[in-house]
Write a protein of this length. Structure first.
Length: 252
C-alpha cells in the first residue's frame, strides 16, 4: 500500500503532462480516498474497463484516453455521471495520459511499438501541436510490404488494413499510434516507405493514394496498449504494488 499523492507525483514527474499541449486534461482526473493497493491499466476510461478493474480489486487505474477532455465534464449528467459514479462508488482513482504517453522516449506507445517491429536507428518523427510524438527508424534490410504487414499483425495480434500505394519493398518506417492519418504527409516528406498508425479512415486512404506512400492501419486500440501497460509496470516496480493491463480486445 502507498499513498495516492506519491503515485501521482511519480507519474507526473515521469510524464511531465504540462509540457505538451493536449485536448486531454492529463494527470489525476478522479481521486480516491488516498491509498493505492492495486493498479490496473487500460486504453479507454470506459464502464467496461472500470467494472473489470473493480473485479480485480484495483483502486488506481491508468488510462490513455481518460474522462476529462477540454470542458467535457462541465456537467456530470448521463454517461459522464455514470462513469464518474462508478469510480467514486468503488473508490478508484483515475490517472490519464494521452499525448505525453504517446511521445514518451522509454514508456510511450510509439517507441515501444517501433521496437516491437524491429526498427533500428530510432528518432523522433510526426508533429502534433508542434511536438514530435512519433518515432521513425529502419528495418535491418528491405522487405516486401506484405511481409512487413504480417509482422505488424503478429505484434498487434490482429490483421491490419494495408494501403500499398508506395514501393512494394520497404525499409524506412514511421510509427504514430492511434488516429494519425495526417502523419502520412510527414512520412512522405521525410522519405518514409510506410507509415504505421492505428485508425483507418477515408482521409488516410486519400492521402496515401495521392502521396503514393504505403500505410498500415493496425487499429487505434491495438496500437495504444503498449504505453499504459508500461506505466502500470513502472508504478509496480517503484512502489512494489500489483499491477496489470486489462486488455478488452477491442478491434477498432
Amino acid at each position: 500500500m502507498t499513498q495516492l499523492k506519491h503515485v501521482v507525483a511519480f507519474l507526473d514527474g515521469l510524464l511531465k503532462p504540462v509540457k505538451i499541449e493536449d485536448s486531454s486534461n492529463n494527470g489525476l482526473q478522479v481521486e480516491n480516498s488516498g491509498q493505492v493497493t492495486r493498479v490496473c491499466a487500460g486504453v479507454d476510461a470506459s464502464l467496461e474497463f472500470f467494472e473489470a478493474a473493480h473485479k480485480r480489486k484495483a483502486d488506481f487505474v491508468i488510462c490513455h484516453h481518460g474522462l476529462s477532455w477540454g470542458d467535457s465534464l462541465k456537467r456530470l449528467t448521463g454517461l459522464n455521471y455514470r462513469r464518474v459514479a462508478a469510480l467514486i462508488k468503488n473508490d478508484m482513482a483515475l490517472y490519464a495520459s494521452h499525448l505525453p504517453l504517446d511521445a514518451h522516449p522509454r514508456l510511450g506507445n510509439n517507441i515501444l511499438l517501433s521496437r516491437a517491429l524491429g526498427l533500428r536507428g530510432l528518432h523522433r518523427f510526426g508533429f502534433y501541436h508542434g511536438v514530435e510524438i512519433g518515432y521513425a527508424g529502419e528495418l535491418p534490410q528491405t522487405m516486401p510490404i506484405k511481409e512487413f504487414a504480417a509482422r505488424v499483425a503478429t505484434v498487434l495480434g490482429q490483421s491490419p488494413t494495408v494501403m500499398d500505394f508506395g514501393s512494394p519493398r520497404i525499409r524506412r518506417v514511421g510509427v504514430v499510434s492511434g488516429g494519425a492519418a495526417l502523419s502520412l504527409e510527414d512520412a512522405q516528406t521525410c522519405g518514409m516507405d510506410v507509415l504505421v498508425t492505428g485508425e483507418v479512415c477515408l482521409q488516410g486512404y486519400t492521402l496515401a493514394r495521392d502521396l503514393k506512400i504505403n500505410a498500415i492501419f493496425g487499429g487505434h486500440y491495438a496500437t495504444e496498449r503498449f504505453g499504459v501497460k508500461a506505466l502500470a509496470n513502472a508504478v509496480s516496480r517503484r512502489f512494489q504494488l500489483p499491477a496489470e493491463l486489462i486488455d478488452l480486445k477491442v478491434r477498432q
